[in-house]
Design a protein around this ligand. Structure first.
Ligand SMILES: Cc1ncc(COP(=O)(O)O)c(C=O)c1O
Length: 340
């Protein structure tokens, strides 16, 4: 059994309601004959709900320390990260500029779901095309130049808050999970698989690193909701390497520790198949828990599909990390209505 490794957390500003509860899904567990728990990171806050706020605690502390007054970040039109950033920034007295991706910036999507909240909190939204989004570093730089010219002090946050600093948010979640596990009836004897959605990679990077740093012994499985396994092994591997170079005296994790369950992107990023929406509906009716269509719904669908093939594939104890995203559901109300 490996030993925990000593390290120091960077400073953080408290924004998230943590620790979040670990809840057993009794009926779901009964259905598959394995213990399935949900780590309720959808309870990290209301406006701030989801996984992003854990990363933002570290990132925004850094922004404050540098004297920033405006944060700039980017994402898909219904980005949970952008919504959480805009609200967290406001809580700290900062302004936000969001670069949001849409096929035709002349005709942006309706102000529904996360976009409604972005508008409500007064974020400046800049709509850009998917092609422009590929060059987002350039757009970040332009926005920053304009802000500096206007006398502001901007701070750039990458897509999804997925960088080495943000990964600390999910290192600290592993610490929480180790405590959660210690409260269970058979704390140590049961191997645990932690399953979560992968969108920009920072959450999984933090989980993999935290698993090593706390010698938690979890199996960490990420379900990619876009791109593929090779892409994410590289992206997550880069975040982990950067983290280890910046913050640790020794390397604790390699690309071999990154397990991606590929094959569940379905129709593509933010596009849902009927069976995924059925799974969201069925879970709401079985356990009274709401998933989002873009991330948690896909990761959950992947998990139950694998369990249906082989109930033992993740061992006898699973922790499904519910990373939030609820507001995204309201932007597909028409599609959802078809399965109700
Ligand atoms: C609700 C939700 N779950 C999961 C993820 C994936 O997290 P990450 O971007 O850290 O891979 C995201 C963001 O992309 C998200 O908004």
């Amino acid at each position: 059994m490996s030993q925990p490794i000593s390290f120091q957390y960077p400073e953080r500003v408290r924004l998230a309601q943590t620790p979040t509860p670990l809840e057993k899904m009794e009926r779901l567990s009964g259905k598959f004959g394995v213990d399935i728990y949900f780590k309720r990171d959808d309870y990290t806050g209301a406006e701030l709900s989801g996984n992003k706020v854990r990363k933002l605690e570290f990132i925004l502390q850094h922004a404050l320390k540098l004297g920033a007054d405006t944060v700039i970040t980017c994402g898909g039109a219904q980005s949970n990260h952008c919504r959480a950033t805009a609200f967290a920034a406001k809580r700290l007295g900062l302004k936000s500029v969001l670069l949001l991706r849409t096929p035709n910036p002349e005709q942006p999507p309706a102000a529904e779901g996360n976009i409604l909240l972005d508008c409500l909190v007064g974020a400046t939204i800049v709509w850009i095309t998917p092609e422009q989004y590929q060059q987002r570093d350039q757009y970040f730089a332009w926005q920053a130049e304009q802000l500096v010219a206007a006398g502001a002090c901007p701070y750039i946050i990458p897509e999804g808050g997925s960088n080495a600093l943000g990964a600390w948010g999910y290192v600290s979640t592993v610490e929480e999970l180790v405590d959660d596990m210690a409260q269970l009836d058979e704390p140590d004897s049961v191997p645990t698989t932690v399953i979560s959605a992968v969108g920009s990679g920072g959450t999984t990077a933090g989980l993999v690193l935290g698993n090593k740093l706390f010698a938690a012994g979890f199996r960490v499985v990420g379900v990619n909701v876009c791109n593929d396994r090779d892409y994410f092994q590289q992206v997550i591997g880069n975040i982990m390497n950067d983290f280890q170079e910046r913050y640790l005296e020794q390397s604790v994790a390699t690309v071999a520790d990154i397990e991606i369950l590929d094959g569940y992107v379905g129709k593509g990023y933010a596009l849902s198949r009927p069976q995924e929406l059925d799974a969201i509906r069925d879970l709401a009716r079985l356990e009274g828990v709401v998933l989002d269509p873009v991330y948690t719904g896909k990761a959950y669908y992947a998990m139950i599909s694998e369990l249906e093939k082989n109930p033992e594939c993740f061992g006898s104890r699973i922790v499904f990390l519910h990373t939030g995203g609820l507001f995204g559901l309201f932007s597909i109300a028409d599609q959802m209505a078809e399965v109700l």
